[in-house]
Design a protein around this ligand. Structure first.
Ligand SMILES: Cc1ncc(COP(=O)(O)O)c(C=O)c1O
Length: 381
């Protein structure tokens, strides 16, 4: 074996891969990894089949122009925000790539990047690989996983390069309000701090609430990379296609990274999605679609000792099991997969310093019969 030092000695296989593998091994209902248990629409499949003839060579580095225009048009329609399709939009191979490029194009060795735990597991390693220092601020389950703005203000230092935002939030289902945007804007005003905003669940916000993108606040918009994904919006997580919206000066630096990471994203996907995006009902109906699933799943726990935490957005339901077991969430998630064949994700893995909460995350982007069967097994505990 050739000896070389690991660049990520502390990193192991992600919890999603582990739990999905365990779910397969034990034939469990897999409510762990966040992907839909159903297919994308036949219309989208037909568009892909159509564009897979004659559109099979490299796309332009920053994206097919008509696709970038469709993304800008959607942004105008959904947020009322004008984006310059050619200067402020980049097509990427999934939000994971957008996050990686955004972090790497601005974080220098020794820079601090603030993130709120529980935080999506791609942020911390990307910051470390750039030589940056991830600063984890914990959100409190008892306070609805809201940001502690005073703590953030105290944590800002001359070394703070960027702040990671994620709304709607994975794993908790918390969402930001207009006051949250204002609070963040107040803190970063007059600084050179950048915002990297992960908004992959932008179209999945429940109970008539609105998604507050950082694009909506001028103070934030001028310093933000907004990372989006079509995987969650159109049930195509396997397509790995998304976008980054950012002002021209940030987009220029972002694209310098993107050209070395993937150069460009799959051409037929871009043409197919460009057409599909033109019909807003394809994404406007998503919140109702998932709200019904959230409610169906939640109703099945009524009267049980599982305590459901509010899920305002995303397709995740966090459930407190403290009345059922004293086990660590990691142990319980493994045991439930093996014993009753229901796989979930322990939320402690999303923390740098896990609190003593007893909470599991369940993905409800699954067919109704799977959700009901999983809940019926869980409530018997
Ligand atoms: C919060 C969050 N960000 C980013 C991603 C990755 O998105 P993509 O599959 O488009 O890379 C996910 C996927 O689960 C996610 O939950």
């Amino acid at each position: 074996m050739i000896q070389f030092p690991s660049k990520q000695a502390q990193v192991q296989t992600t919890i999603f891969t582990k739990m999905s593998a365990l779910a397969t091994e034990y034939g469990a209902l897999n409510l762990s990894q966040g992907f839909p248990g159903f297919d994308c629409s036949e219309e989208l499949q037909a568009l892909l089949a159509f564009y897979s003839k004659g559109h099979n060579q490299y796309a332009p580095m920053a994206g097919v122009p008509v696709f970038k225009q469709s993304i800008a048009d959607k942004t105008k329609l959904f947020y009322g925000i004008e984006m310059d399709a050619q200067k402020e939009v980049t097509v990427v191979s999934g939000a994971t790539e957008a996050l990686f490029c955004a972090i790497h194009c601005c974080v220098f060795p020794g820079d601090e990047v603030i993130m709120f735990d529980p935080s999506y597991d791609a942020y911390d390693p990307a910051v470390r690989l750039a030589g940056g220092i991830p600063i984890h601020l914990a959100m409190d389950a008892q306070k609805g996983f809201q940001i502690d703005w005073e703590l953030l203000a105290r944590t800002i230092s001359p070394k703070t390069r960027a702040i990671m935002v994620n709304t709607p939030h994975n794993p908790t289902g918390a969402i930001w309000s207009e006051e949250d945007l204002n609070a963040l804007a107040e803190i970063v005003k007059g600084t050179n701090i950048l915002i990297i905003s992960d908004e992959v669940y932008e179209h999945i916000v429940f109970d008539g609430k609105k998604h507050y993108s950082v694009l909506l606040h001028p103070e934030l918009r001028k310093r933000s990379f907004v990372c989006g994904s079509f995987g969650k919006t159109y049930h195509i997580t396997g397509w790995k296609i998304g976008y980054c919206l950012a002002p021209e000066y940030l987009t220029r630096e972002f694209q310098k990274l993107h050209q070395w990471v993937t150069f460009s994203s799959a051409t037929p996907l871009q043409y197919a999605l460009s057409d599909y995006l033109k019909e807003p009902k394809h994404y406007l109906g998503l919140a109702d679609f998932y709200q019904r699933k959230r409610d169906l799943f939640a109703a099945a726990f009524a009267g049980s000792r599982w305590k459901l935490l509010p899920s305002h957005g995303s397709f995740f339901q966090c459930i407190d099991y403290s009345e059922i077991s004293d086990e660590l969430d990691v142990d319980l998630a493994v045991r439930l997969t093996k014993e009753i064949q229901v796989a979930s994700i322990p939320i402690s893995v999303f923390y740098q310093k896990p609190p003593s909460d007893k909470i599991l995350r369940f993905c409800f982007a699954k067919n109704d019969d799977i959700l009901l069967e999983a809940a019926s097994r869980l409530v018997q505990l």
